[in-house]
Design a protein around this ligand. Sequence first.
Ligand SMILES: [Zn+2]
Length: 275
Amino acid sequence: MLIAPGVHVVHVSEEKLMHPGGTNVYLVGNGEWVLVDSGEDTEAVAGNILDYLEGLGRPRLREIVVTHSHADHWGGARRVGAATGATLRAYNFEAWDAEKREALRDYPNVRPLRDGELISIGARGLRAVHTPGHSPEHLCYFLEDEGILFSGDTILGIGTTVIQDLGAYMTSLAKLLDLHPRSICPGHGPVIEDGEARIGEYIRHREMRERQILGLLAEKPHTTRQIVKALYAEVDRRLHKAAARNVQTHLDKLLGEGRIKSRVRGGSRYFLLTS
Ligand SMILES: [Zn+2]
């Protein structure tokens, strides 16, 4: 589906619990094309992408640029690369898990990308922006003239993302806000029309969670589990594990800032305010 001149979204998988809205990859170009992410490693996903290219008249796919090392973002690259000869590009590829690099061992051409690197696509520029937080090697891509941000898993079209390092994530959100994106093309869920507003919502959402956690700890010490139960009572229990990880990132950030401390009692770790 065309979302802007020379920018197409290809929806490549069905809805999953962790990814409501399914998975998207994007084709950017005119003459020569670049694929942003490549979906997971299944014949159906690669088939979707190759069929879409066929529909565009089978133009040259020059590069596959991936946002990060989670398999639903790069897994399809091998099949698409084999069919098109596209170069695979990623940030800090050397630091990817050994088994992932091993899976791409036969990939003919993998080239690293630097933070801030400008990928030329005809007269347009696609800027790689290092945005750690969801994962350490996460890159977003910013199509500068059109103000279109390809956000991978840093911003989702629906719901909120899992965060590994909240301090880094908040810094990355501030960096993305500075780009003043008009629209955001996420790795999962629908395209976001008012990009800047959504980033603001994400920032406020995290700040609200932080205030809620501090509020609970001001009442009495809590374990991670107790915090999840208090804050995510309305959320599907199957998502509580993901919620616990997010709560833990808040606690890690607050511990790092020295605003809270922890204490083990009866075999459980309780968090409480410092002072
Ligand atoms: Zn991910």
